[in-house]
Design a protein around this ligand. Structure first.
Ligand SMILES: Cc1cc2nc3c(=O)[nH]c(=O)nc-3n(C[C@H](O)[C@H](O)[C@H](O)COP(=O)(O)OP(=O)(O)OC[C@H]3O[C@@H](n4cnc5c(N)ncnc54)[C@H](O)[C@@H]3O)c2cc1C
Length: 637
């Protein structure tokens, strides 16, 4: 597998402009001769499909929800970063670039991150032009707040519904193209495999989730915008449908999988309430702008929060990280919360939780200001816990949330399979080993609105793909494999539900490949996962048939892929014998308990190549160089 990142030459700040000039163009009249498949209608997919169609390409767009605007992006709450410097607080493109490289603990590609920071400016203009109702100051300027890992306010937001409002903007643009006939939209269709012809991505096989029918779709290029895989952990803040299937199937067809073990645990989720819970709910990081995180000083202190005096409280983030305080990055804040709970200082009925307290900001600013800023999040919290966060502190605890790993892409967002492009959370992205808050929406929209529409043209102009249609025998062959797999799942006819298996897989991952990892634990996981997978294929019970709507079958296919993928995640975590960002190997920590990198040996992106179901995947390395942000131990003190 060759890993040519195709990073343009020249000074950092000029690379993207230069590259844009050097990209080959497709003549406007020729664009309508090219069909592109886009799988996914979240912020990345919807913006890409709409923009490519606006440029003149013909687009086939797929999602498994009943409407494109139900993609998981709609759940994003807190905001989107951009280096506009509206606050005049010292922000700049370089500072956003710097914060992102540092926040990712030096495991991302400088050139990509710089481009992301540059494009962030255009995203806000684009969204405002579409009518996205960002919060505004009294004078009309767009308002900003702060997110973790930054000392400036650069996060644009629409109350606690930023993802929803941004997605409505992208969705309207998509609908316009659907109306114009340039996008053919296929909701409730799941991509179950990728079709390669002569080594290039030329189509997909989909299942109509209502009728059960399998179909082949051909195109000149394929774009996957299928989101992240945190649901491998079973409990996560993601929508229940989020899964790894599309990118895992592409991996099995030859696309390199980068840094699968880089998964982000978010510090501010509502703690789990019991064994039967199927999902966790995020309380946005934006709450850390005003809320103060604390635990009782004394172990096992079960008194109600309002009976614990100021002197008996430990505002541990403010104490340990005085410069960043409650806005320390997610990986660090999560680990500190776990540490407090492990020490026996956890709060709430289970003792698994820390407080996020608004008593002081309410006193300082008044209840109305807090309600204006976070009202819908407070309502959500109250609906779920029955506690009123205006009166008692919220209880929060870390939860699986975002995946920095994903399919490897070059600077043009193309995977190791020619013609297969990956955007949004599905690619290994620009966030290194830890994503900063409000940077996922930025990356998804940068990819979709501003990067892929140009780089796909370059691919098509250089490649000039031969016409193919679904009569090509490769389509029938892949469709046959998909059908066989569905039938095999139904034929197991075992005794245990898919959910039971998923929950067990999730608990293995959480215990051994979650917030903390160790060699011994990862080896245990690598022992247990193949055994669980074998049991799955011998004892899973999938009712119904493949010939109509069957949500158990959909779920069974996704969990079957998680079962394979989980092993790769643990292999990657074992191979990376260092700590960096969210990947915390207990063997490697500083005297202060922070992640200790080993740049000599591990300053690379790990890219795994599928080598068949009976062989271990092969590891390739893309070396990372840091010419503009000097490698250093991160400090948020
Ligand atoms: C609760 C929550 C809050 C968040 N808040 C923020 C925030 O405030 N700021 C921020 O920057 N980030 C936030 N994030 C992260 C951010 O929301 C996501 O990273 C981002 O929305 C992902 O967008 P996407 O377009 O890549 O994928 P998604 O929005 O996940 O879309 C995936 C799409 O792919 C489709 N799909 C997937 N697989 C298949 C398949 N096999 N066949 C067909 N279709 C398929 C789905 O139908 C869907 O349309 C948050 C995440 C969570 C969980």
């Amino acid at each position: 597998m060759e890993l040519d990142a195709k990073i343009p030459d020249g000074p950092l700040a000029e690379k993207w402009d230069r590259h844009r000039f050097e990209l080959k163009l497709v003549n406007p009249a020729n664009k309508r001769k090219h069909r592109v498949i886009v799988v996914g209608t979240g912020l990345a997919g919807a913006s890409a499909a709409a923009t490519m169609a606006e440029l003149g390409y013909l687009v086939d767009c797929f999602c498994f929800q009943d409407s494109p605007r139900r993609a998981h992006s709609i759940a994003a709450q807190g905001g989107i970063n951009a280096a506009k410097n509206y606050q005049n607080d010292g922000d700049s493109i370089f500072r956003l670039f710097y914060d992102t490289v540092k926040g990712g603990d030096f495991r991302s590609r400088e050139a990509n991150v710089y481009r992301l920071a540059q494009v962030s400016l255009n995203i806000i203009d684009q969204c405002v032009a579409q009518g996205v109702p960002f919060a505004r100051e009294y004078g009309g300027h767009l308002a900003n707040r702060s997110f973790g890992g930054a000392q400036v306010s650069r996060t644009f937001y629409a109350r606690g519904q930023t993802g929803q409002q941004l997605l409505l903007g992208a969705y309207q643009a998509l609908e316009k193209q659907i109306g114009a006939g340039t996008v053919r939209m296929y909701p409730r269709h799941e991509m179950l495999d990728l079709v390669l012809i002569d080594g290039k991505a030329r189509g997909i096989v989909t299942r109509d989730l209502v009728s059960g029918q399998l179909d082949c779709r051909a195109a000149d290029a394929v774009v996957l915008a299928t989101g992240g895989y945190s649901n491998a952990f079973y409990l996560s803040t993601n929508a229940k449908g989020c899964n790894v299937t599309a990118i895992w199937r592409a991996f099995r067809r030859g696309a390199g999988f980068a840094n699968p073990c880089f998964t982000q645990i978010h510090p501010t989720s509502i703690p789990p309430a019991g064994d039967h819970q199927s999902k966790l709910t995020l309380m946005s990081e934006s709450l850390r702008n005003d809320g103060r995180i604390w635990v009782p000083q004394k172990k096992g202190d079960t008194r109600p929060a309002n009976q614990i005096s100021e002197a008996e409280r430990d505002y541990y983030l403010e104490r340990i990280y005085p410069s960043f305080g409650n806005l320390a990055p997610r990986d660090i804040s999560s680990r500190r919360a776990k540490e407090a709970v492990d020490e026996g200082k956890g709060v709430g009925p289970s003792g698994i939780g820390v407080y996020l307290d608004f008593r002081d900001p309410i006193k300082r600013l008044g209840r109305q200001v807090i309600a204006d800023r976070y009202g819908n999040l407070f309502d959500m919290y109250q609906n779920i816990t029955g506690e009123n966060p205006y009166e008692v502190p919220m209880r929060i605890y870390p939860a699986p949330h975002y995946t920095m790993g994903g399919l490897w892409v070059d600077y043009n967002l193309m995977s190791t399979i020619p013609g297969l492009h990956i955007i949004g959370e599905a690619n290994f992205s620009d966030h290194g080993a830890n994503r900063l808050g409000a940077s996922a929406l930025m990356q998804g929209l940068a990819d979709g609105y501003f990067i892929i529409p140009l780089t796909i043209g370059d691919y098509l102009a250089r490649e000039r793909p031969e016409p193919v249609d679904t009569d090509h025998p490769e389509f029938a062959a892949v469709e046959g494999q998909v059908r066989k797999r569905l039938t095999s799942l139904l034929e197991v006819d075992g005794t245990r539900s898919v959910r039971e298996f998923h929950r067990e897989l999730g608990s293995i991952l959480w215990e051994y490949c979650g917030m903390e990892r160790s060699e011994a634990g990862l080896r245990k996981a690598l022992d247990r996962i193949p055994a669980l997978r074998e049991e799955y294929w011998n004892d899973v019970r999938v009712p119904g048939s493949a010939a109509d709507l069957n949500q158990s079958l959909e779920y069974a296919g996704r969990v079957a892929d998680f079962m394979e993928f989980a092993e790769l995640m643990c292999m990657d975590a074992l191979d990376r014998d260092e700590s960096c960002g969210a990947h915390f190997r207990v063997e490697h920590q500083t005297t202060e308990g922070e992640a200790k990198r080993n740049d000599e040996e591990f300053a690379y992106t790990a890219v795994w190549e599928y080598a068949g179901s009976d062989n271990a995947p092969e590891l390739h390395k893309e070396p990372l160089t840091f010419d503009n942000v000097p490698l250093s131990q991160r400090s948020y003190k």
